[in-house]
Design a protein around this ligand. Structure first.
Ligand code: HEC
Length: 198
């Protein structure tokens, strides 16, 4: 642009120039400034509402709540499952369902087996060694009946829903091979990989 054409001839230069560039006093449009003012005024409320206030207000949280609700419905609609190896193999690899088992584990098992199943009073459930388990459906048996004279309690009456026991067993099976932070040393002996046929 040549120095003789002023893009806005009504504007007056402020009378100072640098490197041949003259500064004009060109105010931002009024609508732009108001937009800015509105974002500044709204932002603290936004922050308080979505990030400081009660949980469950952000889109992600609402989405998660809806997904959880949907999952609960699907769980309630499940027919009574059979505690066989094929069923356990199927559910242990499905993160949506192992979440169900994990919730039951959190309520009942962490005191003796640790939050990640790494073992406290009870043995480590994340390694390759087991004392009472040879096949995947032995997990269900141990949980239902207990072992070691009640040191590992029987859960069949405490967790009466059979599908809960299956989800719990599948979750325990899924712990194998995970790397918890502070694993308890191995108990029992190594066993063959989980398998659907036994
Ligand atoms: C009061 C403590 C306690 C609680 C609670 C407990 N366990 Fe155990 N569990 C044990 C002990 C102790 C053993 C090992 C028994 C032994 O040494 O023979 C064990 C063993 C096991 C085993 C067999 C491990 C192996 O190596 O063979 C499984 C599987 C298991 N528990 C799952 C669970 C689940 C699932 C829950 C929650 C429903 C649970 N336990 C709750 C104490 C507990």
């Amino acid at each position: 642009m040549s120095s003789t054409t002023d893009p806005n001839p009504t504007n007056v230069p402020l009378g100072h120039a640098y490197d041949g560039i003259r500064e004009y006093d060109n105010p931002l449009p009024g609508w732009w400034k108001w937009l800015f003012v509105i974002t500044v005024v709204v932002s603290p409320f936004y922050l308080l509402y979505f990030h400081v206030g009660a949980t469950g207000r952000s889109l992600q949280e609402q989405y998660q709540v809806a997904m959880d609700e949907n999952q609960r419905k699907k769980y309630a609609d499940l027919p009574p499952l059979t505690a066989d190896a094929a069923t356990l193999m199927k559910f242990k690899d499905d993160a949506k369902w192992t979440e169900v088992g994990k919730a039951i584990f959190k309520t009942n098992c962490v005191s003796c087996h640790g939050a990640e199943g790494a073992g406290v009073i009870g043995p480590n459930l994340c390694d390759e060694n087991y004392k009472h388990i040879k096949t995947i459906s032995d997990i269900t048996k141990v949980i239902n009946e207990g072992v070691a004279g009640g040191a590992m309690p029987a859960w069949s009456t405490r967790i009466p829903n059979k599908n809960d026991i299956i989800m719990l067993s599948a979750y325990v099976a899924s712990l194998r091979g995970s790397n918890p932070a502070k694993p308890k040393g191995p108990d029992g002996s190594p066993i063959a990989p989980w398998s659907a046929d036994e």
